[in-house]
Design a protein around this ligand. Structure first.
Ligand SMILES: Nc1ncnc2c1ncn2[C@@H]1O[C@H](COP(=O)(O)OP(=O)(O)O)[C@@H](O)[C@H]1O
Ligand SMILES: CC(=O)OP(=O)(O)O
Ligand SMILES: [Mg+2]
Length: 594
């Protein structure tokens, strides 16, 4: 199968043509445009049959370079392809794996553009061009963010107001395809499976990020909601005190869009040296330019801090991997970053570091003899990794994933009006303390004690409004605390359920209705119709975006007028999957429609 891959970065367009299948992998064409300036850019290309070239071409920007690709392929005699893989920098929380690019997924990606303004527009321009040029050929997106969706909540959560978090403010991380590829390549060189290793990957290109890969999974990365956080980059600032926004607004009268544009386009090496290019910074520093010297020191210091932080975050490190234009090519930057880390077992062999040859996907080790931590440098093969992932995705049977929010229910009680009065006094009614997402439902001010032969739970929340029959929902673990066995039932299916004592301020009742709620999805009829689901149908739900991703079988779809579509699980289920509030679940199944 012949796969064309587009990788538009913030300063370059790289593309490649791969032949995959039958266990073999050929890199038919490797090409890239970069150093856009003065109305032109550098083109460099090579084919696996020995052709190639390099030189300036009159393409002024990334858009022009993207548009030139079909003509370039035709000129070099590559006249057919089976699929196109596109690097997409921001995929948000919705794309944990490569996805076909179609009229459903593209608007979701477009909506993320403000969070990756230097990247998603170029990525999407390549998609538009490829769809227009090869309308019959499947197009897949491979997302920088996917690899990091395994990051634990304590690494992805900003300590900011809840409404901001609900609006989507969280850390994502980028360069995932690169970090994954180089970590796998390092594991190959070390000769151990990646899931036994603790690796810190430093992708130092025009954009730059450090990633902690803890036993095969991304645990943290220096980029956040957007590719602005973290390291110093070509034109991006990396970490800045958020207090700067208020300061700049007050002192310089700058607006938020002005500040944001400057942090993306006019900061980093460009701000410190006048050029976004590390080659220029190194040349100027060597010629005695103090600003360039300081910029290089800041760059290295920031990277070294993140390496130290991630060694601490993982509780160890077996290998540090350098990649990206700077990581691959700048021996002096690798040395500046590693010097001073001897205390944690990192010692470079300076001769090896100075004589790196990365031809043929080499991944040389640069550590001194006897050093505990390996230091490896390798070319990032984002295009190859994208081609591999596209080929894998195409080989899989079609599964449609639909996203539903997952809510975790703690133990609670629904009461009949008769029981409200028995527990809270004659004439008492439930009063709402906070609304629930299912319309009309609320958490009541009222709380009761639930008592069994072995133990009791005090302050169990009553949910309103009242129902025809009292129902007490607990987890399986709770049944052991109470000392009463309870069946797994759907809400309302209460015949033959165990009796339990409820105690309120004005009295107590013995009532049946104790259940472990069967996991279910409240579903709006429109969603059910759109997705081809019927009431009572059981589906599988994958909640993968957590450290202990889990798939729930036998999840019952409950279609209800006006329902807010949402899956409900109990605390045992949430704990089993390491699921925190706000997680998304994916309904997966062959019969679902998008
Ligand atoms: N020989 C070199 N020495 C130092 N820096 C280099 C060298 N070659 C490339 N670079 C730097 O690599 C950066 C571009 O990295 P690259 O990974 O190609 O970018 P992108 O993020 O656009 O994919 C530029 O800052 C460039 O100066
Ligand atoms: C996410 C990012 O910064 O990518 P690049 O390095 O290609 O600019
Ligand atoms: Mg890049």
């Amino acid at each position: 199968m012949r796969i064309l891959v587009f990788n538009a970065g913030s300063s370059s367009l790289k593309f490649g043509l791969f032949d995959t299948g039958n266990g073999a992998e050929r890199h038919l064409l490797k090409a890239g445009y970069d150093r856009f300036r003065d109305g032109g850019c550098d083109l460099r290309w090579s084919t696996d049959d020995g052709r190639g070239g390099q030189g300036r071409v009159p393409l002024a920007d990334l858009g022009a370079a993207i548009a030139a690709v079909p003509g370039f392929l035709a000129e070099q005699g590559f006249d057919w392809i089976d699929a196109v893989g596109h690097r997409i920098a921001h995929g948000g929380a919705g794309f944990a794996a490569p996805a076909p690019l179609d009229d459903t997924t593209l608007p979701e990606i477009e909506a993320l553009t403000p969070l990756a303004p230097l990247h998603n527009p170029a990525n999407l321009a390549a998609v538009a061009l490829a769809r227009a040029t090869w309308p019959e050929v499947p197009q897949y997106g491979v997302f920088d963010t996917s690899f990091h969706l395994t990051n634990p909540a304590f690494a992805t959560t900003y300590a900011v107001p809840e409404v901001w978090r609900q609006a989507g403010l969280r850390r994502f991380g980028f360069h995932g395809t690169s970090h994954k590829y180089v970590a796998l390549r390092a594991a190959e060189v070390i000769g151990q499976p990646l899931d036994r290793l603790q690796v810190i990957s430093c992708h130092l290109g025009n954009g730059a990020s450090v990633c902690a890969i803890n036993r095969g999974r991304s645990m943290d990365s220096s980029m956040g909601l957007t590719p602005l956080e973290g390291l110093v980059m070509g034109t991006r600032s990396g970490d800045v005190d958020p207090g700067a926004f208020g300061y700049l607004s007050r002192e310089l009268g700058l607006s938020i869009p002005q500040i944001e544009a400057a942090l993306y386009n006019d900061s980093g090496l460009k701000a410190l040296t006048g050029s976004p290019d590390m080659r220029d910074a190194e040349d100027r520093a060597a010629a005695g330019d103090a600003a360039a010297q300081l910029a290089i020191e800041i760059y290295a210091y920031r990277a070294r801090k993140y390496i130290g932080a991630y060694a601490a975050a993982m509780g160890g490190v077996d290998a540090i991997v350098f990649t990206g234009g700077i990581g691959e090519n700048s021996a002096s930057m690798r040395r500046r970053i590693c010097d001073g880390l001897e205390f944690m077992g990192v010692t470079l062999d300076h001769d090896r570091n100075a004589r790196v040859d990365l031809a043929d996907r080499a991944a040389p080790e640069l550590q001194a003899w006897g050093a505990r931590v390996r230091v490896i440098v390798t070319e990032t093969a984002e295009q190859l990794q994208i081609a591999r992932e596209v080929a894998q995705a195409m080989a899989q049977p079609v599964r449609v994933a639909l996203t539903v929010p997952v809510a975790v229910s703690a133990r609670h009680v629904h009461l009949s009006q008769a029981h409200v009065e028995a527990l809270f006094g004659p004439g008492a009614t439930l009063t709402a303390e906070f609304p629930l997402r299912q319309p009309g439902n609320f958490g009541a001010h009222q709380k009761v004690t639930v008592e069994g032969p072995k133990g009791r739970f005090e302050n169990v929340r009553v949910l309103g409004p009242t129902r025809g029959r009292t129902q007490i929902e607990v987890s399986r673990t709770d049944t052991f605390v109470l000392g009463i066995d309870a069946p797994v039932r759907l809400s309302g299916d209460l015949d033959g359920t165990p009796r339990v004592r409820l105690v309120g301020p004005a009295g107590q009742v013995e009532t049946d209705g104790l259940i472990i709620a069967a996991r279910h999805i409240h579903m709006h009829p429109d969603d059910a119709a759109r997705w081809g689901l019927t009431d009572g149908q059981e589906v599988e739900v994958e909640v993968a975006g957590t450290g202990r991703g889990i798939t729930f079988a036998h999840t019952v779809v409950r279609i209800q007028k006006d329902a807010f579509t949402e899956m409900h699980i109990d605390t045992d289920e949430a704990n089993a999957g390491g699921i925190v509030a706000g997680a998304d679940g994916a309904l997966v199944g062959p019969g679902l429609c998008r």
